[in-house]
Write a protein that binds this ligand. Structure first.
Ligand SMILES: Nc1ncnc2c1ncn2[C@@H]1O[C@H](COP(=O)(O)OP(=O)(O)OP(=O)(O)O)[C@@H](O)[C@H]1O
Length: 259
């Protein structure tokens, strides 16, 4: 679905690091992990064709994404940004409908089907009651769910989401990750930037670790999520706990009584 071919992301004044060569296949969930500033967002935007790579290519369904029209890219791929600004004043429903724009001709307006898709997405994200509210009045978690509802309206084959659990309470974190897993089960490819190692351990099939010096490595989640690799990645001592067959990573601190 999406192939990175000898890809070097372009972070000004930083060495190029490891060329990235991997394929995100239908049904896979990839987690991108790394400390603040390592380049996760830059990688996601490069994979989405929003930033030019320093070198190499991103191939979306057999075409170089840099040579594709943005509308054609948006018909296949949705991006959930880390912080979606307000832009111009719009209601929740109007914002969700933006997800239908790649499928609407320049002189056409949204159809009843588009409206039904948007309302269905708002329902799934528990935002139906807020459809007439201005986005500027939403809480952080509601905005995040709206960003995901808008992406859902795009019916993407590929999801690129930058910290999709941002601002979400525990129930909604699980709900969003379940939704993304359902999308993967239905044949989508999913790539997520994550700070939560436990979400990564529970939901991701593949992991890409990206270091501030540009080094990177990737592979199956089981092998990538080792304490040694993660401690080096974050420069932070960790403990790994297994309970009911699930793996959890806990940061260690020196505070008395802390884990
Ligand atoms: N236009 C720019 N000029 C110079 N440096 C930039 C520019 N854009 C981004 N950077 C730097 O590139 C690095 C990677 O940023 P990026 O947002 O990709 O990191 P990240 O891994 O997503 O971080 P976080 O976990 O904090 O969200 C950062 O050090 C950032 O300051």
């Amino acid at each position: 679905m999406l192939i990175a071919k000898d890809l070097l992301i372009d972070i000004p004044e930083r060495p190029s690091g490891t060329p990235l060569s991997f394929e995100i296949k239908a049904g896979e969930i990839w987690g991108v992990l790394g400390p603040n500033g390592a380049g996760k967002t830059t990688l996601l935007h490069t994979l989405a064709g929003l930033r030019k790579p320093r070198d190499g290519e991103v191939i979306l369904n057999a075409k170089n994404i840099q040579h594709m029209r943005r509308k054609h890219v948006a018909q296949q791929l949705a991006v959930v940004f880390q912080n979606s600004g307000d832009g111009f004043p719009a209601t929740v429903l109007e914002t969700a409908m933006i997800g239908r724009h790649p499928f609407i001709s320049p002189w056409d307006i949204e159809t009843a089907d588009d409206l039904a898709i948007a309302r269905d997405a708002l329902q799934k994200l528990e935002l139906a009651d807020l459809e007439n509210r201005l986005v500027s009045t939403l809480s952080g978690g509601e905005r995040q769910r709206l960003a995901i509802a808008t992406a859902l309206c795009q019916s993407p084959k590929l999801w690129l989401a930058d910290e999709p659990s941002n601002h979400l309470d525990l129930k909604h974190q699980v709900q969003i990750m379940s939704l993304l897993a359902e999308q993967a089960d239905a044949g989508c490819g999913v790539i997520l930037c994550l700070h939560d190692l436990n979400l990564a351990a529970h939901w991701c099939d593949k992991i890409l670790l990206i270091y501030p010096n540009g080094e990177a490595c990737w592979g199956d989640a089981d092998t990538m999520l080792s304490v040694t690799a993660l401690e080096r990645l974050y420069d932070q001592a960790l403990s790994k706990i297994t309970s009911d067959g699930q793996t959890y990573f806990v940061p260690l601190s020196n505070r008395a009584g802390a884990p």
